[in-house]
Design a protein around this ligand. Sequence first.
Ligand SMILES: O=C(O)CCC(=O)C(=O)O
Ligand SMILES: [Fe+2]
Length: 149
Amino acid sequence: MQILHYGVNESYEPHFDYYRDNSEVKNTQQKDETRSECAVTGYAVNIVKGNALLVFNLNLDATPDERSLHGSCKVLDGEKWIATKYIHVGAFSATNATKSLAASSDVECTDEDDNCPRWAAIGECQRNPVFMAGTPDYYGACRKSCHIC
Ligand SMILES: O=C(O)CCC(=O)C(=O)O
Ligand SMILES: [Fe+2]
C-alpha cells in the first residue's frame, strides 16, 4: 500500500498502472463545474472521505486495457490524502520477472493456481494464452499445465 499526499495545486499526471508512463487523456465525458479543469475529459470521480475506487487496468485475458488511463487533478483547496493498493493478477517479484525471461528449462515448472489443470483441460491455454501461458513480459499462471516449461 502507498500513501499519497497532495497539497494545493499538486496533481498526478495521467498514467497507466500496468507500466509507468505519461500520456494524454483521450476520452471525453460530461463536465462538472465543481471540478478542476483537468477533470473535463474522461470519467471523473469526486473524492468522498472513506470511499474506495476499484479500477481494473487489464482485460480478462490479462492484456493492458488502455481505457484505464487515469490521474489525479490539481487540488484546488485544502489537501488530499489517498491510500493506493495495487492488486496483481499473479505473483509479482523480481524473481518471477527474471523467470519469465529465462530459458524455461532453467526454472521451476509450476502452476500458480490450483485450477490450472482444469482450465488447461477445457482449452484455456489456447483461449487465454497471455494469462495462462505468459509472454516474455508476463509470467503465465499455468505454465506447467500449458506445457510451456
Ligand atoms: O492520487 C490519485 O488519485 C491517483 C493515484 C494513482 O493513480 C496511483 O497511485 O497510481
Ligand atoms: Fe495510478
